[in-house]
Design a protein around this ligand. Structure first.
Ligand code: FCB
Length: 489
């Protein structure tokens, strides 16, 4: 028989095989999992039956409609409209037009089999000037969108602050002003009181370190400031205080079953290889490298080494503030993308960060170094160190130089490779009993990637930003199979 295959018929057959990717039949998948004389499936690639598979997006990155339904201006409107601040001058004015197209996007989520979806609320849609009178039309949008998720059987996870600070608050000093932390708590309390019948899980903030360092430290994100060390340390303190006050407000205005947490991009220290000494060093590094963010949230105090390092530039704080900041959360959300390698060291700290060579591999975004073990060590160290009972991976994913192929498909094999390797490490953590309850893939759709504008695509669905047409990528089919079979495929 094989002798009859010409090059041309073989090519046609291979073409047929790739077309079949668009229709992944689960019966086909099931049959590949049956034991065969040469192969027995490895059951350890599975996840618990109640594991929550989700996707993640953020308001300014997907919604568009910036001048609709009474929305006020945010620092990202100002920043992206300032010449030279974003790639190509891109803005979030239209983005994915999710404000109007969320129905179509929720159908896609349902088709993927998502159990949950993480989105954020635009503070300036709820309070157009940050404080004062709320804007009912803003809340209406979120009510309708959340109703759509619930009808599709998808659990909403809501982030209250994913960086779109109302511009009038920045005009009064932004996070440098302690009043911003109080205004944030008022916004959290009001929003949660309105949504808690429909939403169980709330996150106060997304990636404190990113918006502090990029926005106020090196000025490459909104509001584009470069504060000195002393001012930045005080601002950082008001940010974590904002989290703590937000947590209090969620507790005060939520329902008995409301769960409150954070979505933090901790620096996940990875033992450069897994010797007992390097693992011990990674534990120490976890607390010290995250001293001003996750550590102070979990412990209610800054580490001695952090305060000593800052010396006269250390923040001013009161005991009362520290107990607000350290109030227990119901869950810890971790956004994990890239690794930080750590080794044991004879220095006073007991650890050293290991630099990467120039040849270290990264994904399409230069910053996105590949380190799948972060999805094992991140949650494991957090659970071991702070006895955290529930962890969610609130973001993980990658950019790719996606293009539409001649057959209309997007073959993002690099993203599939990335996800499969990271999920393999996550499965390792879960199998060892680390309490990871869910995973949110960043992102459902290509979207406005902050200073990179539309030049870096992170979606599992390709968006044509002229026509707004969505095309699920190969990675969407991969993720659908992962969810359907509840295992790494
Ligand atoms: C994270 C952000 C998210 C997105 C991804 C790629 O730092 O939280 O909004 O930009 O990176």
């Amino acid at each position: 028989m094989s002798a009859k295959f010409t090059r041309r018929t073989l090519a046609r057959l291979l073409g047929g095989a790739s077309a079949a990717l668009t229709l992944p039949g689960h019966d086909v998948l099931a049959s590949t999992l049956e034991p065969s004389p040469t192969h027995t499936p490895n059951p350890s690639r599975t996840f618990p039956s109640d594991f929550l598979w989700g996707s993640a997006t953020a308001s300014y990155q997907v919604e568009g409609a910036v001048n609709e339904a009474g929305r006020g201006r945010s620092i990202w409107d100002t920043f992206s409209h300032t010449p030279g601040k974003t790639h190509n001058g891109d803005t979030g004015d239209i983005a994915d037009d999710y404000f109007h197209r969320y129905g179509e996007d929720i159908r896609f989520m349902k088709d993927l089999g998502l159990k949950t979806c993480r989105f954020s609320i635009a503070w300036p849609r709820i309070f157009p000037t940050g404080t004062g009178a709320p804007n009912p039309q803003g809340l209406d949008f979120y009510h309708k969108m959340i109703d759509g998720l619930l009808e599709a059987g998808i659990q909403p996870f809501c982030t209250l602050y994913h960086w779109d600070l109302p511009q009038p608050l920045q005009d009064r000093g932004g996070w440098e002003n302690r009043d911003t932390a109080k205004a944030f708590a008022d916004y959290c309390g009001y929003t949660v009181s309105k949504l808690a019948d429909k939403v169980q899980h709330f996150m106060t903030m997304n990636e404190m370190r990113t918006f502090v360092e990029q926005g106020y430290g090196i000025g490459v994100h909104a509001p584009g400031l470069r504060l000195d060390e002393k001012r930045l340390a005080q601002l950082t303190h008001y940010v974590v205080l904002g989290h703590g006050l937000g947590l209090q407000a969620i507790r005060a205005h939520g329902r008995p079953n409301t769960k409150a947490g954070i979505a933090d991009n901790l620096t996940p220290p990875i033992p450069v290889f897994e010797s007992p000494e390097n693992i011990a060093a990674a534990h120490t590094a976890l607390r010290e490298e995250n001293a001003m963010f996750l550590t102070v949230l979990q412990e209610g105090r800054y580490t001695d080494r952090y305060l000593k390092r800052l010396g006269a530039n250390a923040p001013h704080f009161t005991a009362e503030e520290m107990s607000i900041i350290g109030a227990p959360m119901d869950f810890t959300g971790l956004n994990i993308y890239q690794p930080t390698y750590v080794r044991a060291d004879s220095s006073e700290s007991g650890y050293a960060l290991v630099p990467n060579p120039a040849s270290y591999p990264h994904m399409y975004s230069d910053w996105l170094k590949i380190g799948p073990e972060g999805l094992y060590w991140g949650p494991r160290l957090v659970a071991d160190t702070w006895k955290v009972k529930a962890i969610y991976i609130t973001e993980n994913g990658t950019s790719s130089s996606d293009t539409i192929a001649a057959d209309g498909q997007v073959y993002d094999t690099d993203r599939v490779m990335f996800l499969r390797n990271y999920l393999t490490q996550l499965q390792r953590a879960v199998a060892e009993g680390v309490p990871v309850k869910g995973y949110f893939l960043w992102s459902l759709l290509d979207n406005f990637e902050w200073a990179d504008g539309y030049s870096k695509r992170f979606g599992i669905s390709y968006v044509d930003f002229i026509t707004q047409k969505r095309t699920p990528k190969l990675s969407a089919h991969f993720y659908k199979e992962v969810i359907a079979s509840n295992r790494v495929v």
